[in-house]
Design a protein around this ligand. Structure first.
Ligand code: FAD
Length: 617
């Protein structure tokens, strides 16, 4: 193989690109990561945080498949908090604020462990192709690189345009030029592109904030690491401040709304509804007396503060005025103004479940280019695309995840079957099987699959096997430990005095009982590894529901594979719209899984199709 030839080329060293390159490398592919600047690998373009509701699940799944993000978050995390702790473990959201510098350094160090990833500093301006077969990329210095597969992860850089009031600056993010040229090649391949936008708040000088009057939010006392490989968090933990916008803030924004890039008609791209700018909040929820703002330090030795909750595209003078109307920020100095950015994305309905572009052999897309927003969403897609690019290069079939095994599967299915009308971000409510798709059991769900696919390295393989053995042994042991109500009461764990002896597993299935109660009854259990104990306790709590859900999952999987005869008469299906019947008849899906992904197929339409298919002899 010559120096300019690789198995896989990944374009872009953002969150999708690093996971893609690392995954391809774990699969044994000779991989090139081509990115504008090596020192920006692992940069967080916007908020200095990893995880959150739904997003934390994705980080745990990336980690379960031996990806980078979870370990980097553990090394750079400076405020670990388990969100939603008051609700059931299924929807807990692990999150940490990150020290930007430590996180970036961690990503770069973890990536440098891969000997078969070659980082090249260059801009990619086009694709080398032979008809619809992608054979490599063209660099901005005129050179070209060859490969069996290319993964594009261009983030917010494709034709990126920053807006601050009426100022427009072509850029991929603040201070970095946009990526030009590639969009034209994608359009030439017949792909449909669109415009989306996102925004970021001003950055503030920590020294000019009146911290003394602010409510402070501390980190959890017992930070839970993201990665299965991390035993404990050693980075110092910090607090962040909480403040609110005031009626005066709202007045200033309202009076200047016409100067906001988003509201003066200058931006055509659609923004994220779930991550609204402060202008959106005032417009949509104007009657509220204030909106909460978290003042998040961007690092342990960095004076920059990220005011979470006030992203904006207002001109700089208005930003300064409205920010100074907020308690604690009366004398604040702005280090960098907030801005909105518009960029090209590719309609993800043109991808298959492996993130390969349909009809273009060897081309994969991952991250913000597919219409998503967020580091976690990008990283998870990057991992899948890198894995499949390496499989293609090695002559293997593509692989994919299912809605029944992971949030990654939920996201990819949503993107490829429904497309996006606005930047897509993950929520736990998007997953149908929340009880089994928990953040805490991501390793159990995905590491075995990763081992089978070959993307899990030996350290994790061994540790996982030991852990799995310990888990199964503990689960079995808890069934054999039994005590009477009297013995439990003596131990300080009262239960119904019905004389019935109960097992430790049964006691743990009561929602008001915890592992600590079990240890009070059976003190020997105190020696159990806490991580194993917590996981088993949750399994016991959900045992009955999980059995039911697993049965549902099995029947969905069985139905997904149900074939549809080639001559099936869709037009004779009563109860479906004529439009849907025509689409099905035109696309002729091979099985129910494919049919369910056709645009417009609702769960009710799938159920109807199944009723008729069951009648087919
Ligand atoms: P990026 O992280 O953007 O990385 C792309 C990388 O590719 C860069 O390193 C770039 O240099 C490189 N690159 C691009 N094109 C080329 C090329 N042609 N040749 C070589 N290298 C190339 N997410 C949220 O969840 N919430 C938010 O509120 C939010 N706000 C944001 C606000 C702004 C202003 C920006 C810029 C982003 C925001 N994001 C937000 C999005 C978040 O930053 C992205 O979702 C995430 O970084 C996407 O990861 P990615 O890997 O797809 O792309």
């Amino acid at each position: 193989m010559s120096d300019n030839t690789y198995d896989v080329i990944v374009v872009g060293g953002g969150h999708a690109g690093t996971e893609a390159a690392a995954a391809a490398a774990r699969m044994g592919a000779k991989t090139a990561l081509v990115t504008h600047r090596a020192d920006t690998i692992g940069v967080m373009s916007c908020n200095p945080a990893i995880g959150g509701l739904g997003k934390g699940h994705l980080v745990r799944e990336i980690d379960a498949l031996d990806g980078i993000m979870g370990r980097a978050a553990d090394l750079g995390g400076i405020q670990f908090r388990m969100l939603n702790r008051k609700k059931g473990p299924a929807v807990w959201g692990p999150r940490t604020q990150a020290d930007r510098k430590l996180y970036r350094q961690a990503v770069q160090r973890l990536l440098s462990e891969y000997e078969n990833v070659h980082v090249l500093e260059a801009g990619v301006t086009g694709l080398v192709r032979d008809s619809s077969e992608i054979k490599g990329v063209i660099l901005d210095d005129g050179r070209s690189l060859r490969s069996a597969a290319v993964v594009l992860t261009t983030g917010t850089f494709l034709n990126g345009l920053i807006h601050i009031g009426d100022r427009k600056i072509p850029a991929g993010r603040a201070g970095e030029p946009p990526a030009l040229g590639l969009s034209a090649d994608l359009t030439a391949l017949g792909l449909k592109l669109g415009r989306l936008k996102t925004g970021t708040p001003a950055r503030l000088d920590r020294k000019t904030i009146n911290w003394g009057i602010l409510e402070m939010q501390e980190a959890d006392a017992d930070p839970i690491p993201f990665s299965f490989l991390t035993d404990s968090i050693s980075t110092p933990q910090i607090a962040c401040g909480i403040t609110r916008t005031t009626p005066d803030t709202h007045r200033i924004i309202r009076e200047n709304m016409h100067r906001s890039a988003m509201y003066s008609g200058q931006i055509e791209g659609v923004g994220p509804r779930y991550c609204p700018s402060i202008e959106d909040k005032i417009n949509r929820f104007g009657d509220r007396d204030g909106h909460q703002i978290f003042l998040e330090p961007e690092g342990l030795d960095d004076d920059t503060v990220y005011p979470n909750g006030i992203s904006t595209s207002l001109p700089e003078d208005v930003q300064c005025a409205f920010i100074r109307s907020i308690p604690g920020l009366e004398s604040v100095e702005i280090l960098q103004p907030g801005y909105a950015i518009e960029y090209d994305f590719v309609d993800p309905q043109q991808l298959d479940l492996s993130l390969a572009v349909k009809g273009a052999q060897g081309l994969f897309l991952a991250g913000q280019i597919n219409g998503t927003t967020g580091y976690e969403e990008a990283g998870a897609q990057g991992l899948l695309a890198g894995l499949n690019a390496a499989r293609l290069a090695a002559g293997n079939n593509a692989t994919s995840f299912s809605r029944t095994d992971s949030y990654i599967g939920v996201m990819i299915d949503d993107l490829t079957s429904r497309g996006v009308a606005e930047p897509y971000r993950m929520f736990t409510s998007r997953a149908e099987y929340r009880l089994s798709l928990r953040a805490d059991n991501a390793d159990m769900r995905l590491t075995p699959l990763g081992i089978e696919l070959g993307c899990v390295r030996s350290e994790r393989r061994q540790k996982f096997r030991d852990y799995e053995t310990a888990r199964l042994e503990l689960y079995a042991k808890l069934e054999t430990l039994v005590a009477s109500p009297a013995e439990m009461t003596t131990a300080g764990v009262p239960v119904n005095q019905d004389g019935r002896r109960r097992s430790a597993r049964e006691v743990l299935s009561y929602p008001d009982r915890s592992w600590d109660d079990i240890v009070r009854i059976w003190p020997d259990l105190a020696r159990t590894d806490r991580k194993v104990a917590d996981l088993v306790a949750i399994d016991c709590l959900y045992h009955v529901y999980l059995e039911r859900q697993n049965a549902d999952v099995l029947s969905v999987r069985a139905e997904e594979d149900r074939p549809i005869p080639g001559d099936f008469d869709y037009m004779a299906l009563s109860g479906l719209s004529n439009e849907l019947k025509s689409k099905l008849a035109a696309q002729r899906p091979l099985n129910v899984a494919q049919a369910s992904r056709i645009e417009g197929m609702t769960p009710a339409a799938v159920a109807l199709l199944l009723v008729h298919l069951r009648k087919v002899p």
